[in-house]
Design a protein around this ligand. Structure first.
Ligand code: ARG
Length: 575
């Protein structure tokens, strides 16, 4: 582990234990980056209070224990410990990181099976921007967990079952299979749904047909199932188009839609009832997980079978959680779903615990996704108030990116490739760079900006380093020099890079991709300062300095590219 902050934390903890007794070995030394030194430790102040001693005296005692430390430790002010690491230590650690194909990112032990439920659009409706964000954040989490060595099982919990399918299939028959398939493949699920709905509401005969069709579908009638497949296959082809445009790793093998659980629902209910977890209440079968009450203080039900015998969203999620724990052997389940479903998931998890389907050693977590807002601060919509079609949105991103790089003189094919990477990178990075549970304003101008914490800025930073290597006429992998950070900007960049491994582990463990964005943004900023202050290829730069700086460029590039890849943000070689 090379993260300086962690190395220091451990060293200071040892010092605390030595100086004041083993009971202080776990105290947090509160080590933070500092403007006066590399780091500052503030532990002496709080400890002094507990020990009833003078803070400076406590700080001195800690300092004395750190005499063999690879750096200098000074006591300042009321008792701050200012810690500066030796250049030699930084150089050696940076070299170690450069030589490590994993850039200091460890693998978890023991490894876990992590089931990640994400994307999950509804087939009966258009895939909308809300699903865009769950898709992008979920995919980043999947990549991160795989990278730290966990076994990832992606589950795309498609909304592909339920009563609307009666009217959808009848509408499909009305307009003809071919026309329907064309419309669905083109991403016009919303129009298709609305047309079906209008007939359902206005045409009694159609309504009747739709009702009968639901029943034949539920009963497994082969002809109806074939029509359902026609509808679903076309819809999934559209979803796949969006996934491939976005570079999302979901495949057909990851589809585990609501329909998959349909055959399990009866038993789900029966088992919950038999174990006493569920009870009948006004004809409906309900679980009343402890601690959930409604506005009237009455226990809140999780309804798993309606009084008319129908199953719902909660029934499917009860079947799904049991399947994920029991069959998929999940150690951890992440539900990357809109924050507005928080209550639903809390109740499902509580009910599953009550039923004994979610043992203590398995954690189920709702990774809440904040709502996407328009610039007006309201739910993101088109000007006419409709929900924005995803492919339109992505096309616009690419169009705008094309305009932004139009003056760079690339041939058409290269330009198209870069524009796609920039457009998709901008949208994805914007989704990832704010904490997943906060609301988020969708703003093309901001996300496509070439400055600030944006996708294009990050991509530009990598392209700029690549261009240094083109000028040097070598590949980044060919660097030979020992990294010897001498200038302050070199030190600052090197020190920062050393934190990458620990950060990636934390980001995976805590489901916080935005912290990886912040780290990469800081990396790019520190690189900018370094590049301004430390010439690399200028002829008056000594050969060993040039070699060291090129090595630092290579390390920065690999860190940025690895980080962006873990986020699923594409990295064009030029921009
Ligand atoms: N299809 C649902 C929606 O669009 C999301 C499903 C999330 N996953 C789950 N296991 N409930 O709201």
């Amino acid at each position: 582990m090379t993260d300086p902050q962690i190395v220091l934390t451990e060293r200071v903890q040892q010092a605390l234990a030595h100086a004041f007794g083993a009971e202080h070995a776990d105290a947090d030394p509160l080590i933070r980056p500092s403007q006066f030194a590399d780091f500052q430790a503030n532990v002496a102040m709080s400890l002094a209070k507990r020990l009833r001693r003078a803070p400076r005296e406590v700080a001195e005692a800690i300092r004395a224990e750190l005499s063999d430390f690879p750096g200098t430790v000074e006591v300042s002010g009321p008792g701050f410990l200012n810690i500066t690491l030796d250049d030699g230590w930084i150089a050696a650690e940076a070299q170690r990181m450069l030589d490590d194909p994993r850039l200091g990112v460890g693998t978890v032990t023991p490894t876990q099976t992590v089931v990640i439920d994400y994307s999950a659009p509804n087939a009966a409706k258009e895939m909308h921007v809300g699903h865009l964000r769950t898709t992008i954040v979920g995919d980043a989490l999947a990549r991160l967990h795989e990278h730290v060595g966990n076994t990832v099982i992606r589950q795309n919990h498609l909304g592909d079952w339920g009563t609307p399918f009666g009217m959808l299939i009848e509408h499909l028959l009305d307009i003809g299979e071919e026309a329907a398939v064309g419309q669905l493949e083109a991403g016009q699920g919303t129009e298709f749904y609305q047309a079906a709905r209008a007939k359902f509401d206005g045409d009694e005969a159609f309504k009747q047909r739709a009702r009968v069709r639901v029943t034949t579908l539920q009963s497994g009638d082969p002809d109806t199932l074939r029509l359902w497949h026609v509808f679903m296959d076309a819809t999934v082809r559209y979803f796949n188009k969006v996934y491939s445009l976005l570079g999302v790793t979901l495949t057909d093998a990851d589809i585990a839609g609501e329909s998959m659980y349909n055959p399990m629902l009866e038993r789900t209910c029966a088992d919950l009832e038999a174990s006493g977890t569920a009870e009948l209440s006004e004809g409906a079968l309900c679980v009343f997980p402890p601690g959930f009450t409604g506005s009237d203080d009455k226990p809140l039900p999780l309804i798993i079978r309606k009084s008319d015998g129908g199953y719902g969203y909660a029934t499917t999620d009860m079947a799904a959680i049991r399947y994920r724990v029991h069959d998929l052997k999940a150690g951890r389940i992440l539900y990357v779903v809109g924050a507005d479903q928080a209550l639903h998931f809390r109740m499902v998890f509580a009910a599953a615990q009550q039923a004994g389907w979610l043992p203590d050693e398995v954690s189920a977590e709702h990774v809440q996704i904040g709502m996407m807002l328009g610039k007006d601060g309201r739910r993101f919509k088109t000007r006419s108030g409709e929900s924005v079609k995803l492919t339109d949105l992505l096309d616009e991103a690419i169009e705008r990116a094309t305009a932004a790089i139009a003056d760079r003189g690339y041939d058409a094919a290269t330009q198209a490739e870069i524009a796609r990477a920039v457009g998709m990178g901008a949208v994805k990075y914007a989704d990832l760079s704010v904490s997943h549970d906060s609301e988020y304003v969708f703003d093309f101008d901001r996300m496509l900006g070439f400055t600030g914490n944006t996708g294009p800025y990050m991509q530009y930073a990598t392209a700029r380093i690549r261009s240094i290597f083109r000028k040097a006429d070598m590949e980044p992998a060919e660097v030979q020099g020992a990294i010897t950070p001498g200038e302050p900007a070199e030190r600052a960049l090197s020190l920062h890079l050393l934190g990458f491994g620990e950060l990636v582990s934390q980001v995976a463990a805590q489901s916080e991709p935005h912290r990886l964005c912040a780290f990469l943004f800081e990396t790019a900023s520190l690189f900018s300062t370094f590049y301004e202050q430390c010439p690399v290829l200028r002829t008056d730069v000594a050969p060993e300095v040039r070699a060291s700086r090129l090595a630092l460029c290579a390390l920065t590039l690999r860190t940025l590219e690895t980080g962006l890849d873990l986020l699923g943000v594409p990295v064009p070689e030029r921009m």
